[in-house]
Structure formats: structure tokens, C-alpha cells
Design a protein around this ligand. Structure first.
Ligand code: NAD
Ligand code: TDX
Length: 351
């Protein structure tokens, strides 16, 4: 397949580009390279003969249209987004621009492109909109999010994602664009930008700095290894039924404070020199002011995608956290370039 992946220079996108190429697909990565985009995450495949990169901002409708027309994709996998909840609280405007207007531009371009295809190609075309479990709001102590859980977003980020999910479904219902929507739980793994909880903890440990835990660390998230998510996304684009939604989750619920302690133990084992011979990394844990509107608990019922597409996660947190910590230990230059800002220079040395 010829797949246009938006946001392919981000955390999930870069893992997805690599996996799609490995599966034999042709990939066009469309990405604006915001602070979260990093071509250094794709250095190993940059010269692959089935890979191309286009620096395009999805809020620019004409630029999106040009790439859509020149690439002529069989499928669009739309991941480009502003993705960090704390940033959405500090500055919601860009979240509306990228997540809502940008998704609208892509849907419009995909719709025009779809209309030019012959009937066989049009029937096979797919637009996969990648979204989050945060659109469902917060769970109490019991229950799981299913595909029919009503939307109840609380942060500017989740409200903007909810809005884009509704747009995507409306383009299926109104214009017959073959749209699929996935709602996934918290991802972790290689190439995650060090603003999200897991890389924050690992890098704070390595630098001997306080590990900020919001509130009392009682909030619960359901953690999924990023490559399991990418495998699910490729299954959905290849075999999912247009018009359907699939929830994707790791069945790995953890309280934040328990997660942080698990990571600290791993750091004590795998990088003991960072916290000194006699102290544990857990001594760095520092409770800080809570996030406003902080959702208590997310947990996914992923039985539909398991039943219909045969997808299941391969990693649990024990194996996945170990892989992730090892990756950050072995790829110091990747995160050092982010910490010192050099990752914003492109590979030709321009800012
Ligand atoms: P990320 O922040 O790491 O990457 C986002 C990418 O999108 C970056 O490469 C950035 O340059 C690009 N981008 C941002 N604005 C753009 C614009 N206007 N035009 C073009 N490109 C732009 O995000 P991520 O964690 O990889 O998440 C990818 C997608 O998956 C998002 O849609 C997010 O909502 C969704 N999601 C993420 C998680 C998670 O735990 N990370 C969970 C569920 C769903
Ligand atoms: O320093 C921190 N301390 C802390 O206690 C950070 C960065 C986070 N937290 C808490 C807040 C959350 O309860 O940890 C939990 C996870 O926080 P994030 O890593 O910011 O993720 P979250 O807000 O749950 O959202 C993530 O998962 C769903 C992604 O950022 C979203 O893009 C995705 O949709």
C-alpha cells in the first residue's frame, strides 16, 4: 500500500513509519516538525527507497492538497497532533488549530482524492484517524471504556481530539469517505519526547533531579507498548471495517506512583551509578501541585479489536518498561539532542 502517515516524526509516528516500511509498504511522512517532531527518530530509515518526507503543516490546506494529489495514497494514517495535556492547559489555541482545523483539512483533501479514484480503488481507500481514550473522560474505580462509551472530554487536548473524532465520523456518514477511528490508551517506549511521564522519570533519575509526581500519584493509566499500538494501527488499516471504531489498550493499569516506583527500581538495577551506591532513585520522588482537571482513571476494553482483528498486545509493563529503560540508556545522544535543542536543526544543519 501507499500510505501517507501524518505526524511520522513524532513518538508513535516514527515507530509506525519504521514498522510500515518493514511490512513492505511505501510511506510518505507528512510532518510540520514542531517541537515534538524529530527527524533524528528516523535516521536509520531516512534513505529507504520506499520512504519520503514532506515538511507540511496540516493547518495549511493548500499544502496538504498538493501532497495528497502528488502522492495519491491508498491510505492515510493521521497521527499529527498537539499531544501533551499540560501544554494544552497552558496554550489551547494551537490544539484547536492542529487537531481540529488540521484534521478538517486532511479530511477534505482525502475526500477530494477519494472522489477521483476508480470504483475498485475507492472501495479499498482508508482514512484512519488515530485518537485517544481521553475523549471518554474519567472512570471511577470500576468499569472500562468501550467503543460506545459517551464522550466526556475534560482537557483542551481531549476536547480537541473529541472534536476531530466527530469530524472524521461525519465525513464517513455524510460523504462516504471510508473512515476508521482508533482510541488508544497511554503509549510508552522508544523515541517518546521527554515531556511525558515515563521519559520524564527515566531522565530525571539519570540526572539525579526531583521526579515530579502530580497530586498524590493516585491517578491510573492503562499502559501500552508503542510497537503494540503500531501493530494494531496497521491491522486496522489493512483489515478494519470502514465506519468502525476500535479501542486499543494494554490491559496494564497502574497508579502513577506505583509506575514511578517500578521505574525507580529498574533504574537502581540498570543504572545504579546515577543515584549513587547507597541511595535509591525513589528518593528523588517529589509530590507537586496536581494538574487542573486531572482525570482519575483511564482503562480500555480492547475485546472488539481482539475478537474482530485478532490483535493482542505482546508486552506487559514488566517486559515493556525494561525494554524502554534500556533503550533510553543506549540512546543517550537521541535525548541529549532534545535536552540541548540540537534536534531542531535539520539534518542539513539549518534551523
Ligand atoms: P507526538 O507529540 O510525539 O508527535 C506529534 C507529531 O505531529 C510530531 O512529529 C509533530 O511535529 C507533528 N505535528 C504537530 N502539529 C502538526 C501540524 N500542524 N502539522 C503537521 N504535523 C504536526 O505525538 P504522539 O504521542 O506520537 O501521538 C500521535 C497521535 O496519537 C496523536 O494524534 C495523539 O493524539 C494520539 N495518541 C497518543 C497517545 C500517547 O500515549 N502518546 C495515546 C493515544 C493516542
Ligand atoms: O511529570 C509528570 N508527572 C505526573 O505525575 C507528568 C508529565 C505526568 N504526570 C501524570 C499525569 C498523568 O496522570 O502522569 C500521568 C501520565 O501523564 P502524561 O505522560 O502527560 O500522559 P497523559 O496526560 O495521560 O496523556 C497521554 O496519554 C494519552 C498522552 O500525552 C496523550 O497524547 C494520549 O492521548
Amino acid at each position: 500500500m501507499k500510505i501517507m502517515i501524518t505526524g511520522g516524526a513524532g513518538f508513535i509516528g516514527s515507530n509506525l513509519v519504521r514498522m510500515a516500511l518493514g511490512d513492505g509498504h511505501e510511506v510518505l511522512n507528512l510532518d510540520a516538525l514542531t517541537y515534538a517532531g524529530n527527524l533524528g527518530s528516523l535516521q536509520d530509515i531516512a534513505d529507504h527507497d520506499r520512504y519520503r518526507f514532506a515538511r507540511v503543516d496540516i493547518t495549511d490546506a493548500d499544502a496538504v492538497e498538493n501532497v495528497m494529489q502528488s502522492f495519491q495514497p491508498d491510505a492515510v494514517m493521521h497521527l499529527a497532533a498537539e499531544s501533551h495535556v499540560d501544554r494544552s492547559i497552558d496554550g489551547p489555541g494551537q490544539f484547536i488549530q492542529t487537531n481540529v482545523i488540521g484534521t478538517f483539512n486532511l479530511l477534505q483533501s482525502a475526500r477530494r482524492h477519494h472522489a477521483t479514484l476508480d470504483s475498485e480503488a475507492a472501495a479499498k481507500f482508508r482514512f484512519l484517524h488515530v485518537s485517544t481514550d481521553e475523549v471518554y473522560g474519567s472512570l471511577g474505580e470500576d468499569g472500562l471504556f468501550t467503543e460506545t462509551t459517551p464522550y466526556d472530554p475534560h482537557s483542551p487536548y481531549s476536547a480537541s481530539k473529541a472534536s476531530s473524532d466527530h469530524l472524521a465520523r461525519a465525513w464517513q456518514d455524510t460523504y462516504g469517505l471510508p473512515v476508521l477511528v482508533t482510541n488508544c490508551s497511554n503509549n510508552y517506549g522508544p523515541y517518546q519526547f521527554p515531556e511525558k511521564l515515563i521519559p520524564v522519570v527515566i531522565l530525571k533519575c539519570l540526572r539525579g533531579e526531583p521526579i515530579p509526581v502530580y497530586g498524590r500519584g493516585e491517578n491510573i493509566r492503562d499502559w501500552l507498548f508503542v510497537e503494540d499500538h503500531c501493530r494494531a494501527l496497521l491491522s486496522v488499516v489493512e483489515r478494519g471495517a470502514p465506519g468502525q471504531t476500535y479501542n486499543i489498550g494494554g490491559n496494564n493499569e497502574l497508579k502513577n506512583i506505583d509506575l514511578v516506583k517500578m521505574l525507580c527500581e529498574l533504574m537502581d538495577e540498570l543504572a545504579p551509578e546515577s543515584s549513587g551506591p547507597h541511595s535509591s532513585a525513589s528518593s528523588l520522588i517529589t509530590f507537586v501541585q496536581d494538574r487542573p482537571g486531572h482525570d482519575l482513571r483511564y482503562a480500555i476494553d480492547a475485546s472488539k479489536i481482539r475478537r474482530e482483528l485478532g490483535w493482542e498486545p505482546t508486552e506487559n509493563v514488566t517486559s515493556g518498561f525494561r525494554k524502554t529503560v534500556r533503550w533510553y540508556l543506549e540512546n543517550e545522544s537521541w535525548w541529549q539532542e532534545i535536552l540541548n535543542g540540537d534536534y531542531r536543526l535539520d539534518r542539513l544543519g539549518h534551523a
